[in-house]
Design a protein around this ligand. Sequence first.
Ligand SMILES: NC(=O)c1ccc[n+]([C@@H]2O[C@H](COP(=O)([O-])OP(=O)(O)OC[C@H]3O[C@@H](n4cnc5c(N)ncnc54)[C@H](OP(=O)(O)O)[C@@H]3O)[C@@H](O)[C@H]2O)c1
Length: 299
Amino acid sequence: MKARGQQFNDRIAVVTGAGTGLGAAIARALVREGCQVVVVGRRRAKLEETAKSTIDPSRVHVFAQDLTADGAVDALLSYCKDRFGKLDILVNNMAVGHGGDFAEASVDEIREAVNTNLLAPMLLAHAALPHLELLVNVNSLSGLLPLPGQAVYAATKFGMRGFTEALQAELAKSRVRILSIYPGAIDSEMNSKELRARLAAKNLDLPPVTSSDGAASQVIRAIRDVDCKAAVVGSRPERAIGWLARRRSPIINAFLAAMRAPVQILMNESIRMVRERRAESAPPKQLEHAPDVAATKAS
Ligand SMILES: NC(=O)c1ccc[n+]([C@@H]2O[C@H](COP(=O)([O-])OP(=O)(O)OC[C@H]3O[C@@H](n4cnc5c(N)ncnc54)[C@H](OP(=O)(O)O)[C@@H]3O)[C@@H](O)[C@H]2O)c1
């Protein structure tokens, strides 16, 4: 039987992709609620920024790691076991937002999206489950609504949804609670001001994004409600669209038809921007088996 009311105090939480965007905001919110939070991502400097932005950086532990690298999941689990003796909450948040026409995607981009958005989160959940009270899988409205220009991203998010819902059914009577989060458009690196400016230059105005801290508050609300299995977070219209999509309402077909063209432009511009950034600077790919928490502790 699951305990009534999610407990946060002194819980050890791991948040992946916590150096930026929604993951950083969820980490801040969990620290506020009383958790100790292990923040994971490839860029150490971003994780340290997240630690500093919390109300108590001494409760944040930086684990700089590419989670798709061989041995990375085991290294993270060993770190939690050695340092805390436990791991209570896992927030599978990291993702890459590969969009654009499928025919234009490189094999490396397809592999990276599947590895980052689906395979690594599944392997992490698999390794962590025996220890967990709560698993939060961060999905997307794209995991509910298949749109052009999103074949790769939507495939990973539909996969994540299938994984999460099947696991919820499988573990319905166990002590582990599993929660799916479907964000709408959130202010983050994936959905950056730069991307919006590029789209504005093409006369495509996007609706306003929800702040990552605002979205994280909605995530915390969903976590507190122990009967909640899935929550759409974002603006009111996005929550309504998500509600209809989850219930397979026929109204959603009209929405999908209307969104086809703008979403395709959006996704093609988004991947163009990602490719340009990549050409400028490649992220580090090596395994860091000895995470350094001292820097965070000292701050
Ligand atoms: N933003 C939106 O509008 C939106 C909409 C719907 C759903 N979502 C979902 O919300 C979640 C958070 O996205 P976001 O918008 O906050 O995006 P974001 O700012 O781009 O954050 C993604 C994070 O994942 C980390 N990451 C990527 N690859 C990694 C790897 N191999 N190993 C470890 N960390 C890795 C990145 O940090 P490093 O580069 O330092 O590793 C980054 O901090 C994602 O699941 C996304 O699909 C976002």
